[in-house]
Design a protein around this ligand. Structure first.
Ligand SMILES: Cc1cc2nc3c(=O)[nH]c(=O)nc-3n(C[C@H](O)[C@H](O)[C@H](O)COP(=O)(O)OP(=O)(O)OC[C@H]3O[C@@H](n4cnc5c(N)ncnc54)[C@H](O)[C@@H]3O)c2cc1C
Length: 428
C-alpha cells in the first residue's frame, strides 16, 4: 500500500478534527453568551480541581449548576458519599446566565395547567413551587449568602385588556387554593407602579436570588461534609451495570458509583431517548447602578401575561435587570447575532413602562432555555438507564424546579416514597 503524502495526512487529520468539532457542537450546547450579571458581579467564587485519578463513590452527579449543587447538598446531608463533576467551571452553564427570579407561577398558568393535568395535580404543582421558594429562603439563611436571596412580592399585569378575564380567573383560582394574592385594578396599578395597565395579580410569595452564588455556597458547605467536586471533567461515557454505574472522563479516568444523577440542565436531552424539551433563546440586560431607593411598589418582581413576557427585578447594588424577548430557536449563532437588537428592545420596553426612571444598559447577555409540554420539569428515572435519576430544572422557573428535584431524588435514594414524584415523572 502506498504511504500517503504529508499533505494527504494533514488533510485527513483536519477532516477528522472538523467532523469531531461538528459532532461536539451537536451533542454539547453553547448555553449562553454575552456578559451575564452574576458572573461579572461575583467572578470566580471558588476553584475546584479536575479529576486526575480513578475514584469510587455512592453517588456521582454530572452537572455542577444549581440543580447538581442542590442535589449534592441534600444527598451529602443525608449521609451519602457524593462526587460532582462538570465539564465547565462550576456554575458556568445556564446557572451563570440566570436572572434568578423565584416565582411559584410556572410557564403555564394554573387555569391552563388544570386543563392539562387535572385540578389536584395542577394545584399540588403550584403549592410545591411556592414551598420551594420558602425552602430556598431557609437554605440561603443557613448558608449566610449575602445577596444570595431576598423575599419579594411578585406582580403580574395583564398586558392587554383582552387578557384581563383570564388573569382574573387565575386570581380567583389561586385565592381559592390559599395563595396570598391581591387583585390590583387600573387605579391601584397607577398608584403603586405609575404605569397604566388594566389589572394584575400581586403575589406575596416570590423572591430574587443569585443562582450562581448559591451554587458555590451549597457546594462549599457540602465539601465540609465530605462532598468531592471536580470541574473541567467531562463525562464521555456512561456504562450501566447490574450493581451500579461506571463513568469515563475525557482524560480516561473512571468513576464507579452505585447511583448516578444527571443534572446536565438543557444538555441532558441526549441521555433520554424521548424528546422532552423544546429549546428557545432568551435575552437579558442590566442597568447601570442607580441611587438606593424604592423605584416602584416595594421593588417587587414584575412580569406580564404576554407570551413571550417581559420581566424585571432590582438587584442588591441598585441596578435593574430586564429580561425576555424570547425567540423559538436555540441556534447559538443566530441567538448571539440578536443580542444588540434584543437588548435595545428590552431597554425600550422598560422605558415605555417607566419613562421617569433613568435606564442605561450596562451589560447584556443571552442564553438558551427549554420548555416542556406542560411547563413542568422531568424528575426521576427512565427504564433505559438503571441506577440513574434525572434532576432537570427545565422551564422559565427552573430554579424552583431544581429544589423540588433535589428533594425527590434524596427521598428516592433513601428509599422513602415521595408522594409528589409522579407529577414530574417521565411516564406522565
Ligand atoms: C437568561 C436566562 C434567564 C433565566 N432566568 C431565570 C429566572 O429568572 N428564574 C429561574 O428560576 N430560572 C431562570 N432561568 C433558568 C435557570 O437558569 C435554569 O433552570 C438553571 O440554571 C438550570 O440549572 P442546571 O443546574 O439544571 O443547569 P446548568 O446550570 O446548565 O448546569 C448543568 C451543568 O452540566 C454540565 N454538563 C453537561 N454535560 C456534561 C458532561 N457530559 N460532563 C460533565 N458536565 C456536564 C454543564 O457544563 C453545566 O454546567 C434562566 C435561564 C436563562 C438562560
Amino acid at each position: 500500500m502506498p504511504t500517503p503524502s504529508k499533505e494527504t495526512k494533514h488533510f485527513l487529520i483536519r477532516f477528522v478534527q472538523n467532523k469531531w468539532l461538528i459532532f461536539r457542537r451537536v451533542i454539547y450546547m453553547d448555553l449562553r453568551s454575552g456578559f451575564p450579571y452574576s458572573l461579572l458581579q461575583y467572578g470566580i467564587i471558588a476553584s475546584y480541581p479536575s479529576l486526575q485519578q480513578n475514584i469510587a463513590t455512592d453517588v456521582a452527579i454530572i452537572g455542577g449548576g444549581i440543580s447538581g449543587a442542590l442535589t449534592a447538598w441534600y444527598l451529602s446531608q443525608a449521609g451519602f458519599d457524593v462526587v460532582v463533576v462538570d465539564r465547565r467551571h462550576i456554575g458556568m452553564g445556564s446557572t451563570a446566565a440566570s436572572t434568578s427570579l423565584l416565582q411559584y407561577e410556572i410557564d403555564v398558568p394554573l387555569y391552563e395547567l388544570i386543563n392539562k393535568i387535572g385540578e389536584k395535580n395542577a394545584t399540588r404543582s403550584y403549592h410545591l413551587c411556592r414551598e420551594a421558594i420558602h425552602i430556598m429562603a431557609s437554605l440561603a439563611h443557613k448558608l449566610r449568602v449575602k445577596d444570595g436571596f431576598r423575599t419579594k412580592s411578585s406582580f403580574q399585569f395583564a398586558s392587554f385588556l383582552k387578557h384581563q378575564t383570564n388573569l382574573q380567573k387565575e386570581f380567583s383560582l389561586r385565592k381559592k387554593i390559599g395563595f396570598r394574592v391581591q387583585w390590583l385594578d387600573e387605579k391601584d396599578i397607577r398608584d403603586r407602579y405609575g404605569f397604566r395597565k388594566p389589572g394584575g395579580i400581586l403575589s406575596a410569595d416570590g423572591a430574587e436570588a443569585d443562582a450562581y452564588l448559591l451554587t458555590h455556597a451549597l457546594l462549599q458547605k457540602s465539601i465540609g461534609r465530605g462532598l468531592k467536586v471536580f470541574d473541567h471533567t467531562e463525562i464521555t461515557r456512561i456504562s450501566h451495570h447490574k450493581r451500579g454505574i461506571e463513568l469515563i472522563t475525557n482524560n480516561r479516568k473512571k468513576i464507579s458509583a452505585r447511583k448516578l444523577i444527571i443534572a446536565c440542565g438543557y444538555e441532558s436531552q441526549r441521555y433520554i431517548p424521548k424528546k422532552v424539551q423544546d429549546l428557545n433563546s432568551t435575552y437579558a440586560i442590566v442597568s447601570e447602578p442607580g441611587p438606593k431607593k424604592e423605584l416602584w411598589y416595594k421593588n417587587s418582581l414584575i412580569w406580564e401575561t404576554k407570551d413571550p413576557y417581559l420581566y424585571l427585578r432590582t438587584t442588591a447594588d441598585n441596578r435593574i435587570i430586564v429580561g425576555g424577548k424570547d425567540v423559538p430557536s436555540s441556534d447559538p449563532r443566530k441567538r448571539d447575532e440578536l443580542i444588540p437588537s434584543k437588548a435595545k428592545a428590552l431597554e425600550l420596553a422598560f422605558k415605555q413602562l417607566f419613562p421617569a426612571i433613568p435606564f442605561r444598559t450596562d451589560f447584556k447577555w443571552a442564553g438558551s432555555f427549554a420548555s416542556t409540554k406542560d411547563g413542568l420539569p422531568y424528575i426521576g428515572s427512565i427504564r433505559q438507564r438503571p441506577h440513574t435519576s434525572f434532576a432537570l430544572g427545565l422551564g422559565g422557573n427552573g430554579i424552583t424546579f431544581s429544589i423540588i428535584a433535589a428533594r425527590i431524588i434524596r427521598d428516592n435514594l433513601m428509599g422513602k416514597r415521595n408522594p409528589d414524584a409522579g407529577l414530574f415523572s417521565f411516564e406522565r
